[in-house]
Write a protein that binds this ligand. Structure first.
Ligand code: MCN
Ligand code: CUM
Length: 796
């Protein structure tokens, strides 16, 4: 079923059919955030707490000859200095990564990227810990680094991972999907085939809050409490139990308020492990907080894909096949969060929103002497890269066919009656109705008028560009049979308790980093059981207080935990119905539910509210036979499939012909995430993601010099956009519910980050059409645009 709601947002969102649940409710968490009263990791203060600082490698590749810690140990405020050798004695020098590789907690043999953890100091205060780092003397024997990813597999390239048995090169994996032979046959017979090399540069999620942790190991009862900046507290707890050998029931992981994660807080970082070790060694609570440079140079990067894309079509613009070859730079340790049986989100959607005859992808990942990472930054497991590839390729094809990019897309859309649609790589898109979404974006933009204006401006020598992107995402990992992290299945628990007075607490396994879960999950439950959202408390981010689940990433909270919350509320409602039948002395079949109360069919005057029922469930007196006291339930939800949100984005840019500076004049984003729980929060998610897109398309890149020095160690060098660089966003929506989600909702948290870079780059390339340019690589800084205008070769 597909509904394209054409009413203005305000009307839809204040629909009086929805008095309790879904709607434009202000965020419950904001009173504390806007008053500066959030409780972040660095706000945790414990009696006797010590501070930890990490010594990091100044070079990208070197053998450690010796480490002298004696001067640091002599510092009057220093309590401990720990090196990799000391960790090795405890069996803790290496830890598993999310991809089943291992990563050094502290380097023992070699350093493999600039910024790698080499030793740590624990001291009475943060300043003393930092000062003492300078007293540690490390002798390095510098080795040739591997920086250019294209050279990583050259014969004779230095082997980075000589720690791994029998490793003789820098190869990580080869993965493929689709049908190579069938795709080749379609290409061979096609009228047109276009090939384009496309780079998605290494970028950083750059959250406002850097990473950190406070570990508190209690030597008396052997319990470890860890406050940490994590997007996945339960998964982390299990991994700590496995790595450190601590019993899992004695570990409590708390993710307090988090100042942005964007994927960068999915992995376990060495710093977290160091703080745990430090607390065990000293018997005191130990805090570790990164500074900005440490965050930018050592925590999980994103993207870094070098792609060769090919697209085949008929002469009149019927797209037949897409083929791509990807070279992925995974850095020194393979820390990509990829489910064991699920190669990459890339494979799920690189065929885009189009009905193809064949597709094939081959991907090779390699090690380089750069920081590990790979999941981060609103990517849904590399969907960002896939959408960029296909949406750039379609524009390259439009360029060659001299077709309008919208017309070409619409002509090839998967049609509404084809859903559920099985792609040529075997994934099933759950629902979609693409053309109305595209038309709506064109309507808001005034597409035809914009093209007319562009023609006039071009005639005057002005550089105006209009860029289009139409994306389909796959978000909401599981189901557990297909997806896991290190063998932990991707399903989510949820628990709901209604207290005697009718107030409720819902406990989630996912954890918010700014997405407003305290509000939207209260709304989901409110909609199902009729208790107002203000009376529902959302508890999350504490393994002692919440059921097991795999955490927040891949925009999975709404698709997975949101479904769990709706279903657990329905379970409670079912029990409430039994109790109501006793209270009203009618059979269950004679009861009707209406937003918070049961009434007798045909007699609305005879009714009980959910609050009455809650009191009865806990109160004196008999309940119907077989009904236990209390009003609560727990479930574990295993999604049937991913959800597939889509969107149509149109970007308008002007380029200054004298300075090559790109200005984003307008940006229209029409998103379809199925049923919308809180339209204001969705808008916030979209605004944030669009701003991310301006950053990646025009400004951001983690660059290295040939020695492997990271050139973007501060926000002076690693540019991120501010309100000055972005236009007033123009948003719209359509609603195509997910058929398998209990309330029809799809995820939206990453949509705009995924969909905006191709729209912006397509707009810039469109503006540069008079120069005969078909492609230019991000970030489209003035110097790159200038070079493109002058026909200079692209940088590597
Ligand atoms: N929502 C809704 N209706 C829908 C879908 C979502 O009202 N149909 C609401 C949700 O209830 C939730 C928010 O929108 O409050 C985002 O929901 P969802 O799409 O399920 O995504 P998650 O909550 O799982 O958030 C993760 C996603 C990811 S993976 C990244 S990366 C990212 C993003 O969220 N990181 C963020 N947005 C972020 N926003 C902030 N402020 N900070 C981050 O770190
Ligand atoms: Cu890939 S960033 Mo989000 O999925 O946490």
């Amino acid at each position: 079923m597909t509904t394209v709601d054409q009413r203005p947002a305000s009307e839809f969102e204040n629909n009086d059919q929805k008095p309790v649940g879904h709607g434009r409710m202000l965020r419950k968490e904001d009173p504390r955030f806007i008053r500066g009263k959030g409780r972040y990791c660095d706000d945790v203060q414990l009696p006797g707490m010590l501070h930890l600082a990490i010594l990091r490698s100044p070079v990208a590749h070197a053998r450690i000859v010796s480490i002298d810690t004696s001067a640091a140990e002599a510092h009057p405020k220093v309590k401990a200095v720990v090196t990799g050798a000391a960790l090795a004695e405890m069996g803790l020098a290496w830890m598993p990564t999310l991809s089943g590789d291992v990563q050094a907690v502290l380097a023992t043999d070699k350093v493999r990227f600039q910024g790698q953890e080499v030793a740590f100091v624990v001291a009475e205060d943060r300043y003393a810990a930092r000062d003492a780092l300078e007293l540690i003397d490390v002798e390095y024997d510098v080795l040739e680094p591997v920086i250019d990813v294209r050279r990583a597999l050259d014969p004779g390239a230095p082997v980075i991972r000589d720690d791994l048995d029998g490793k003789e090169n820098n190869h990580v994996f080869d993965w493929e999907t689709g049908d190579e032979a069938a795709t080749e046959a379609v290409f061979a017979a096609a009228d047109v085939a276009v090939t384009q090399d496309i780079v998605y540069p290494r970028v950083h999620p750059a959250p406002m809050e850097t990473c950190g942790s406070v570990a508190d190991y209690d030597r008396i009862d052997g319990r470890l409490t860890l406050w940490s900046t994590t997007q996945a507290p339960h998964a982390h707890r299990t991994l700590y139990a496995i790595v450190a050998g601590l019993p899992e029931h004695k570990i409590r992981v708390i993710a307090p308020d988090i100042g942005g994660g964007f994927g960068g807080k999915v992995p376990i970082y060495p710093g977290y492990v160091c703080s745990i070790v430090a607390s065990i060694v000293t018997g005191k609570p130990v805090k570790w907080m990164e500074d900005r440079s440490e965050n930018l140079t050592s925590t999980g990067f994103a993207r870094d894909y070098i792609m060769r894309g090919e697209i085949a079509a008929t002469g009149d613009g019927r797209i037949l096949a897409i083929r791509t070859n990807v070279l992925a730079d995974h850095g020194a340790f393979n820390g990509v969060a990829a489910p064991v049986k699920y190669p990459a989100g890339f494979f799920g959607v690189f065929t885009g929103s189009y009905d193809l005859q064949a597709a094939y992808c081959k991907m090779t990942a390699v090690h380089t002497n750069k920081a590990p990472g790979g999941v981060a930054y609103a990517c849904s497991f590399r969907i960002t890269e896939a959408v960029y590839l296909v949406e750039r390729l379609v524009d390259c094809l439009a360029y060659e066919l001299k077709m309008d990019p919208v017309e070409l897309r619409v002509k090839n859309f998967i049609q509404p009656e084809q859903f559920p649609y099985k792609t040529k790589t075997g994934w099933v898109y759950d629902s979609g109705d693409y053309e109305p979404t595209m038309r709506k974006a064109m309507e808001i933009a005034g597409y035809d008028e914009l093209r007319a204006e562009q023609a006039e401006r071009r005639a005057r020598g002005e550089l105006m560009g209009i860029g289009v992107c139409f994306f389909t995402e796959a978000v909401g990992a599981g189901p557990r049979k297909d997806m896991d992290i290190l063998g932990l299945g991707m399903a989510d628990g949820c628990e709901l308790r209604v207290h005697p007075t009718g107030k409720a607490v819902v406990r989630l396994s996912v954890q918010s980093q700014g997405q407003g879960h305290e509000t939207t999950f209260a709304q989901i439950v409110a909609e199902e059981i009729g208790i107002p959202p203000a009376d529902i408390d959302v508890v999350h981010g504490d393994t002692d207080q919440t059921p097991f689940g795999l955490g927040t990433y891949g925009s999975r909270s709404t698709p997975v935990s949101g479904a769990a919350a709706a279903l657990v509320a329905r379970k409670v409602r079912d029990k409430a119905r039994l109790i109501a039948s006793g209270m009203l002395e009618v059979s269950v079949a004679d009861l009707e539910w209406q937003k918070g109360s049961f009434h007798v069919k045909g007699d609305p005057g005879k009714s009980v509210t959910i609050q009455d029922i809650a009191m009865r469930a806990h109160g004196a007196g008999d309940l119907p036979e077989g009904v236990e006291g209390g009003l609560e339930a727990q479930i574990c939800y295993n999604p049937e499939n991913l959800t597939y949100p889509h969107g149509a984005y149109i970007c308008v840019v002007d380029i200054d012909p004298g300075t090559a500076q790109v200005k984003v004049r307008r940006f229209i984003a029409v998103d379809d995430c199925g049923t919308r729980i809180n339209p204001m929060i969705i808008e916030g998610q979209v605004h944030g993601g669009l701003t991310d897109g301006v950053g990646m398309a025009l400004m951001e890149m983690i660059a290295f010099d040939e020695d492997g020095n990271c050139l973007g160690g501060s926000l002076m060098d690693y540019l991120i956009p501010t309100s000055l660089e972005v236009p007033d966003w123009e948003t719209g929506f359509t609603v195509t519910p997910s058929p398998h989600h209990p309330i029809g909702a799809k995820g939206v948290g990453e949509s705009a980050t995924v969909g905006s870079p191709p729209a912006i780059v397509n707009a810039v390339v469109d503006a540069l059409k008079p120069f005969g340019i078909r492609h230019a690589d991000m970030p489209l800084t003035p110097s790159r645009v200038w070079d493109a205008m002058r026909g200079a070769p692209q940088p590597p």
